[in-house]
Write a protein that binds this ligand. Structure first.
Ligand SMILES: Nc1ncnc2c1ncn2[C@@H]1O[C@H](COP(=O)(O)OP(=O)(O)OP(=O)(O)O)[C@@H](O)[C@H]1O
Length: 280
């Protein structure tokens, strides 16, 4: 059943996770119609194995958020399909959670953090199980004892932790994250990156993480999916063969880290220059 009972990997190398959990088959998305029609996604194909950490990067406007919304079932693709655990996604799958960039809008300010986390669990779990899941999620993100605070009583980093806890309390098989750390300061960002790695290990969650930040992508991922410029396809998939557990200092000093980062940087620069939308 849930993420906690799967392969039991303690170090996620990606190699042990051979079961495909998410598959994108020719996903297309166009906005507008007639002369205003813009083809953003033009047949995006890739697969994600259970327990993998995938980062998606691409030029600004290449459709990363659009892609994530299609995967999450928040928006229908214009063509192609996404399979989640073998089923075609037509609505938000129950075992998938999304964490957005804008934590200030994703938490309800009139509810305590505990109530915010509880909201998606209501009508799904009995009160006792809800309470257990909430406390476990709060502990996992370092907010034990903070459940009675309101979002506006917390720093930006704490609010984003709370938003992550809300996703985790659901114990999703897949966690989609759309530039979740773009709005926090650099030090908090580093802490949250390591938090997400710890959580992924603890829950063995599959993570699909959209980011603008190439260093962040290389630091976190088992594999980086590089998108082309719009109309967008997958330009390259780059396996990240850096050892785990990752370390903010040692990993980034590894010459392989610099090689991977340079390679991805060049790919994105090439994609930018070939983007029809960005040139328009
Ligand atoms: N609801 C919408 N209606 C019309 N066009 C849209 C809509 N949402 C996004 N677009 C357009 O689709 C393209 C891709 O947008 P999207 O936000 O998915 O890209 P992105 O790669 O996430 O961008 P960024 O890197 O800047 O966050 C952009 O040209 C954008 O203007």
């Amino acid at each position: 059943m849930g993420v906690l009972t799967m392969t039991g990997m303690t170090e996620n190398t990606g190699a042990a996770a051979l079961e495909v959990i998410l598959e994108l088959q020719g996903v297309e998305k166009a906005y507008g119609s007639g002369s205003t029609r813009t083809q953003v996604l033009d047949g995006v194909d890739f697969a994600v194995n259970r327990g993998e950490f995938i980062c998606v990067v691409g030029p600004s406007g290449s459709g990363k958020t659009t892609l994530l919304r299609c995967i999450a079932g928040l928006m229908p693709p214009s063509g192609g399909r996404t399979l989640f655990e073998g089923d075609v996604v037509t609505e938000p799958p129950a075992k998938l959670a999304v964490v957005f960039q804008d934590y200030s809008r994703s938490l309800l300010p009139w509810m305590t953090v505990r109530r915010n986390i509880e909201l998606p669990l209501k009508n799904k779990f009995a009160r006792g199980e809800r309470a257990e899941r909430i406390e476990h999620a709060l502990r996992s993100v370092g907010l034990a004892g903070k459940g009675d605070l309101y979002p506006w009583q917390m720093s930006g980093g704490m609010q984003q932790r709370a938003a992550i806890a809300r996703g985790l309390a659901y114990q999703p098989d897949v966690l989609l994250m759309d530039e979740p750390f773009a709005a926090v300061d650099a030090q908090t960002r580093i802490d949250l990156e390591d938090l997400v790695l710890d959580i992924q290990r603890e829950y063995n969650t599959t993570v699909l993480f959209v980011t603008h930040d190439i260093d962040e992508a290389v630091y976190l991922a088992d594999r980086v999916v590089v998108l082309s410029g719009a109309p967008t396809t997958v330009s390259h998939e780059i396996p990240v063969d850096l050892p785990r557990p990752r370390d903010q200092v040692q990993t980034k000093l590894d010459p392989r880290f610099a090689q991977l980062r340079t390679r991805i940087f060049e790919l994105i620069q090439n994609a930018k220059s070939s983007s029809v939308i960005n040139r328009a």
